[in-house]
Design a protein around this ligand. Structure first.
Ligand code: FES
Ligand code: FE2
Length: 383
């Protein structure tokens, strides 16, 4: 949007607001396809749960923006990840999760790979002139364990997790010392009728919380004691205890010095690691599934101190209130982004000394800069 920049009385340029990305960024299939290549195949994504690959020989598989990936724990204890495809004729190697015996054996012609990805044997290979098994191996992917999560990055040149997201591990450990005792309990999946950026922007801005999430802002967090810390590729939200206390469930204050508080680490481009009061751990993934479709996985992890009936009540309350409210909000935003009566909106960046993060679009400029950086010169010039 071209806007004249008026001068004030002193001749200096008057401050001008910041704007959202043009709506085409949320509706154009070409931009969406470029995002898959330039953003999602170069960022840290969640492959699964670390306990599933704790023992030598165990594996899990996942799909990262259309790419089948396998994560394998070697006999040497090293965790490795590979594109899940045989180097012979391209058959998928592993499905689901489980335990490998000695090798990764392809179901098609029985090529056998070691758990380090190197080819160990191929039937009748000795009779094929020039065949060199030593030159064949699965194609590696970067993998790391982060708490109870396994994370992968398809970009071999990617920054390691701690460089990309400094101090996140330490802050999680300090905020929730018993986080390591939590274990996966349940996945809620929602199909969002919106572009992935609408979903993560909605998650990362509490500007809408007070108005749109009465249960969240009454029962779980306190919008009057809320702050946002911005970093290069991530941000942290933090809320003090809910004003009336946590009414939905019991909390043992011995679990953590921050047992009554909520904090969330939002990792570029589409993940959030959220610790709810009581050290209930919730992992949000917003996975692109088309230019106007996003799969939201909400994974719940609980410590042994939370009884099953209480876990289910907590999850159901979230599903019926905040999650459903957000499902409706983002769908209606996507409809509006396709409306010719809209192109760009003002980002409500609060510049006051006592800025109120819960009433402003604080994170969006950071996310938009990351988006422009990732999308490169051609797109940056356009927007
Ligand atoms: S495709 Fe895997 S052994 Fe032939
Ligand atoms: Fe929301």
């Amino acid at each position: 949007m071209a806007m004249a920049q008026p001068a004030n009385d002193t001749g200096a340029a008057a401050p001008r607001p910041q704007f959202t990305l043009p709506s085409r960024c949320y509706t154009d299939p070409d931009i969406f396809n470029a995002e898959l290549q330039r953003i999602f195949r170069k960022s840290w994504q969640i492959a699964g749960n670390a306990p599933d690959v704790a023992e030598p020989g165990t594996f899990l598989t996942c799909n990262i923006v259309g790419q089948d990936i396998a994560v394998v724990r070697g006999r040497d204890g090293t965790l490795r990840a590979f594109y899940n495809v045989c180097q012979h004729r391209g058959h998928r190697l592993m499905t689901g999760k489980g335990n490998l015996k000695v090798t990764i054996t392809c179901p098609y012609h029985a090529w056998a790979y070691g758990l380090d990805g190197r080819l160990r044997g191929a039937p009748n290979a000795e009779n094929v002139p020039g065949f060199d098994a030593d030159r064949v191996s699965l194609v590696p992917v970067i993998v790391e364990e982060v708490g109870n999560l396994v994370m992968v990055n398809l970009d071999v040149d990617a920054l390691d997790f701690d460089t990309a997201f400094p101090n996140v591990r330490d802050e999680l450990a300090a905020f929730a010392p018993r986080l390591g005792e939590t274990a996966f309990h349940h996945r809620c999946t929602a199909e969002l009728d919106c572009n992935w950026k609408v979903a993560i922007e909605n998650y990362s801005e509490c500007y809408h919380c007070r108005h749109a999430h009465p249960s969240l802002t009454t029962n779980l967090l306190n919008p009057d004691v809320y702050d946002v810390h911005l970093h290069d590729r991530h941000m942290r939200h933090h809320s003090g205890p809910a004003a009336g206390g946590i009414s939905l469930y019991q909390i043992d204050n011995a679990i953590s010095p921050h047992a009554q508080e909520l904090s969330s680490w939002i990792l570029w481009p589409n993940l959030a690691l959220q610790v709810n009061p009581g050290t209930n751990f919730v992992v949000f993934q917003f996975l692109p599934n088309g230019v106007d479709r996003t799969i939201a996985h909400v994974d719940w992890y609980f410590g042994p101190w939370v009884e099953t009936a209480e876990r289910d009540r907590i999850i159901e309350d979230h599903r019926a209130t905040t999650l459903q409210e957000d499902i409706d909000l983002v769908a209606n935003v996507q409809i509006g982004l396709g409306n010719d009566g809209y192109d760009r909106g003002v980002l409500m960046v609060d510049a006051s000394p006592a800025r109120r993060p819960d009433t402003a679009s604080i994170p969006s400029p950071i996310m938009q800069d990351l988006w422009r950086d990732a999308m490169g010169e051609a797109f940056a010039r356009t927007f």
